[in-house]
Ligand binder design. Structure first.
Ligand code: ATP
Ligand code: MG
Length: 299
């Protein structure tokens, strides 16, 4: 008797247990009339299944460029000039356009700072949400409505039925961002990129979204990359952290490890510049980071 017959219930190997995303020595430049702007240089980090990786660093250090690089959405002047990005073990640089299209927006979804950039102002929220399962999973209208409504509940919006009947402009900024997150999750992505998802929102609304994002990894098993200039938010939401400074990853690893052995003066400054729980402002005053980030062409 052969192996398969003797062992009929033997499970087939599941999806790879390795990292979901590996970025190795990535360099990205923008080619402008004034010449090459090296926005990201020799950047490496790894994201693991079900974990959230935070990318933190000040304005202009290259955080968005890394996330757009992962989406291969660098406009016509941006180019990956070195290194590679592996998604679920596969080098994305070797995929065909068609394979890339099927990954983008399906297996990898991106959420931007400004929710209206991802919503159609002329279409009711429910209809926009229903389109995802209608197109993605080719389900019936009834099923699409049910899934959309369930997801509106999952992102903790009040009065889900009314939300579904509303136009985006009838919702607050925080509610719009929850709809965008719901829309991204309906396509069941393996990796969700969030680029400053709460920067356009006020702090109380921000806290709600952060709580929501925290629960999503557990509920849906989605891996996340959370881009922010706000270290406090990253510490609260993420398992791992990568600190960027002027286009480079100066620190990467589990939050605790990075905290224990931070090497780069920028990271040390960054951790000194935020309040830690229980700390006293007299014994541990907050210190701002002096100086300005060197511009890419004058590092
Ligand atoms: N389309 C572009 N053309 C030319 N230069 C660009 C372009 N996009 C980004 N850059 C440059 O690349 C560098 C990194 O920009 P990026 O937007 O990735 O920074 P960031 O860390 O996301 O900043 P922020 O926190 O302000 O969003 C900057 O110096 C920026 O000027
Ligand atoms: Mg940015």
């Amino acid at each position: 008797m052969n192996e398969a017959v003797r062992n009929p219930a033997k499970p087939t190997p599941g999806p790879t247990k390795g990292p979901i995303i590996e970025i190795e020595n990535l360099s990205i430049s923008f080619f402008t009339r004034k010449g090459e702007i090296p926005a990201v240089m020799d950047f490496s980090c790894t994201g693991r299944p079900g974990e959230a990786m935070g990318i933190v660093g000040e304005s202009g250090c290259g955080k968005s460029t890394v996330s757009l690089g992962i989406m291969r959405d660098l406009s016509n002047i941006g180019k990956i000039v070195g290194g590679k990005i592996k998604f679920q073990g596969k080098d994305m640089g070797e995929l065909s356009d068609e394979e890339l299209r099927s990954i983008r927006g399906n297996k990898i979804a991106m959420i931007y700072q400004e929710p209206m950039a991802s919503l159609n102002p002329a279409m009711k929220v429910g209809q926009q949400l229903m389109e995802v399962p209608l197109i993605h999973d080719k389900v019936s209208k009834e099923e699409a409505y049910k899934r959309a409504l369930d997801m509106v509940r999952s992102v903790k919006l009040p009065d889900p039925e009314r939300m579904m009947r509303s136009y985006p402009h009838q919702l607050s900024g925080g509610q719009q961002q929850r709809i965008v997150i719901a829309m991204a999750l309906l396509s069941k992505p393996a990796l969700l990129l969030l680029d400053e998802p709460t920067t356009a929102l006020d702090v109380t609304v921000e806290a709600g979204i952060v709580d929501l994002v925290k629960g999503l990894g557990e509920k849906f098993g989605t891996s996340m990359i959370f881009v922010s200039h706000n270290l406090g938010l990253i510490l609260e939401t993420c398992d791992r952290i990568t600190v960027m400074y002027s286009g480079e990853a100066v620190e990467t690893g589990k939050i605790k490890d990075v905290f224990d052995r931070m090497r780069h003066p920028y990271t040390q400054g960054l951790f000194r510049s935020i309040p830690l729980p229980g700390a006293d402002k007299n014994s541990r005053p907050l210190i701002s980071i002096p100086g300005q980030l060197p511009l890419p062409h004058e590092r």
